[in-house]
Design a protein around this ligand. Structure first.
Ligand code: SF4
Length: 360
């Protein structure tokens, strides 16, 4: 199974669908907590291959979607300061803030640049010593190590004009909070990219505490169907546990170098999640040693009062209790060209996934 086609093999997918159907007797909800999975599930029509007993829910796996409007408002406020360059991944630029967005600020003259990595942002800082360059750090453990590497590098270079605004988060607190809140989840399709860094051990506590299975999956249809089969088998035999389907990439211990780098630079703090509110120790914040890079501490800006968009049910969608089709604004007022909420902006958001692949 070396090539992509083999992971999209129709015969194999149908065989897995047959195996799931053959053993599934209990009505169960399985949730994916990775935006990449949300996209793949809709793109390949996975829900339509499953028996009625197996329902898939989309969870809080899209980093842009779970980040607060206040984070965007904060970035907007920073972009209005004289001599500041904001550097960001492309997805964030169109996310609506309370009254503006980075896109609008750029059109109004702010220096906002799309970059593909923190190293690119650092290079901009080196080339523009008279400016203050702020990088917007967003994402789960997949992107946090690169941010950590960038901060460590900026520290080594003794860069005086580079700053970091963090919205980095970790996934387990959200997985726990959903079950705590009463969302019926019988098993999690574990995130493939995040787990490449963290390994599988970080889900052990959740699996044992809530008696739920977690199967870390790849992103192709064969991967997803196999992961679902593994979860259904666990649930039917009453033996939920943590397993890795995505073995060609994910190792139980994860990437130890990346993990060491993250804990050198970041520490956990309480953080706000769309739909879930403030979750203890769920956000990654710069340690004191690196606070001179912390845009929250360095820049004293007034952030406008957060206003959530009227009619947007992104928060409920991220909890898996509603789907984009339950939103009155979906595909009419709210489209990828004219997004009302973050779930429609992001290429990993459930609303955009449904808009692209499951609109009718
Ligand atoms: S369709 Fe748009 S308005 Fe509705 S929940 Fe999704 S992002 Fe929000």
């Amino acid at each position: 199974m070396k090539y992509i086609d083999e992971y999209r093999d129709r015969t194999l997918v149908e065989k897995l669908a047959g195996q799931i159907k053959a053993i599934s007797t209990k009505k169960i909800n399985l949730m994916e907590v990775c935006g990449g999975h949300t996209m793949s599930i809709q793109k390949f029509g996975i829900p339509y291959l499953l028996p009625e007993t197996v329902k898939l829910l989309s969870g809080p796996g899209c980093p842009v979607c779970v980040s607060s409007r206040q984070f965007i408002d904060h970035a907007v406020a920073l972009s209005r300061l004289p001599g500041v360059i904001i550097t960001t991944f492309g997805d964030l630029i169109r996310v609506p803030g309370s009254t503006s967005s980075l896109d609008k600020e750029k059109a109004a003259g702010a220096d906002i640049r799309i970059v593909y990595s923190i190293m690119e942002a650092i290079a901009i800082a080196v080339r523009n010593p008279e400016k203050k360059v702020v990088f917007l750090g967003i994402g789960f453990e997949t992107t946090t190590p690169t941010s950590a590497a960038g901060i460590a590098y900026a520290d080594k270079m003794n860069l005086k004009n580079f700053y970091f605004l963090s919205s980095h988060k970790i996934m387990p607190p959200a997985m726990e909070a959903l079950i705590d809140e009463g969302v019926k989840i019988d098993g999690y399709i574990g995130p493939g990219h995040v787990s490449t860094i963290t390994g599988s051990g970080m889900y052990q506590g959740i699996s044992e505490k809530f008696n739920v299975g977690v199967v870390i999956s790849g992103f192709e249809p064969v991967d997803l169907m196999q992961a679902i089969l593994m979860l259904v088998r666990q649930i039917e035999t009453g033996k939920p546990k943590v397993e890795i389907q995505y073995k060609r990439v994910v190792k139980p211990g994860g990437n130890t170098k990346a993990k060491a780098l993250m804990s050198e630079v970041f520490e956990l703090r309480d953080d706000w999640w769309r739909g879930l509110g403030i979750l203890p120790f769920s956000g990654q914040h710069l340690k004191k040693k690196y606070e001179r890079f912390d845009a929250e501490k360095v820049f004293d800006v007034e952030i406008e009062k957060t206003v959530e968009p009227k009619g947007c049910i992104c928060g409920e969608i991220l909890k898996g209790i509603k789907t984009p089709k339950d939103c009155k604004l979906f595909a009419g007022v709210c489209t990828p060209q004219n997004p009302v909420g973050a779930c429609m902006v992001s290429g990993e958001g459930a609303c955009q996934a449904y808009y692209k692949y499951n609109r009718s």
